[in-house]
Design a protein. Structure first.
Length: 257
């Protein structure tokens, strides 16, 4: 079982789109995938077909206490083939205010389930734009972190800060955590600033940056709005799907740092 958290401190950097793109790529390959939505905005949950208010339990319920292996009881079916979901909830925003020892460990404890290991070769965790207890939970529970960013000045600063946070988690909580890479998304077809920032990120981080960026295409937003995998959009947006396919290969093939 491979567990990957998709992170960036900055909002609007493409984390949810990246999670959905990876899940879409996995779905096409027939890889049973679990998406865990830790973002109180719940965008990934809604794109996967969860209607609110949801009848089942959510990630907020799971993190409200310590439930060894309890994640298996919270999984819901999505509308995508081979993709299941632990949906988000607005109450997730309260987790950062919870005091006490071990709060950051709750997701790892909940995922310690043989049932989950047998059922899901891939777990993807969608994180909020912060470095609080929700993101700490995600990184402590994960095997790797994939940093999603866009080619802008503020997003580039967010990459630097989240990489520092990952180093802290590695040092104190999860020494086996690795960085799968940095995926640049939302790249407009013609924009000098975007090209400059993309080159800047590649120069600073080298091979850590995935070779294929995700271009900005209207079809991506349309697929999310229609609750469909991007790989099912016709005509096929090959430059987008190939970037997510390559990102999935990186995630499944192991980290580079």
């Amino acid at each position: 079982m491979t567990t990957t958290s998709v992170v960036n401190q900055k909002g609007g950097s493409g984390k949810t789109t990246t999670v959905l793109g990876l899940a879409s790529a996995a779905s096409v390959r027939g890889i049973d995938t679990l998406v865990i939505d830790l973002d109180p905005q719940c965008n990934a949950s809604e794109a996967l077909g969860i209607d609110y208010p949801t009848d089942g339990q959510t990630a907020a319920d799971l993190l409200a206490g310590e439930f060894p292996g309890g994640a298996a009881e919270v999984v819901q079916a999505s509308k995508w083939d081979h993709v299941s979901i632990i949906p988000g909830d607005l109450d997730l925003s309260d987790i950062d205010a919870v005091a006490g020892l071990g709060v950051e460990q709750r997701l790892r404890v909940a995922l310690d389930s043989e049932e989950l290991r047998q059922q899901f070769p891939l777990i993807l965790i969608d994180c909020p734009p912060s470095i609080g207890k929700l993101v700490s939970n995600a990184l402590i529970a994960a095997d790797s972190a994939l940093v999603a960013t866009e080619p802008s000045f503020m997003a580039s600063r967010g990459v630097s800060k989240i990489l520092q946070a990952i180093e802290t988690i590695q040092r104190y909580y999860n020494p086996s955590l690795t960085v799968a890479g940095v995926l640049i998304g939302r790249v407009p077809a013609q924009a000098r600033e975007a090209a400059h920032r993309t080159a800047e990120i590649r120069e600073a981080l080298g091979d850590l940056v995935l070779p294929q960026a995700v271009p900005q295409r209207a079809a991506v937003a349309e697929a999310v709005g229609d609750r469909r995998p991007i790989h099912e959009v016709r005509p096929l947006v090959s430059e987008v799907t190939s970037a997510f396919d390559a990102a999935l290969d990186r995630v499944l093939g192991g980290a580079r740092l």
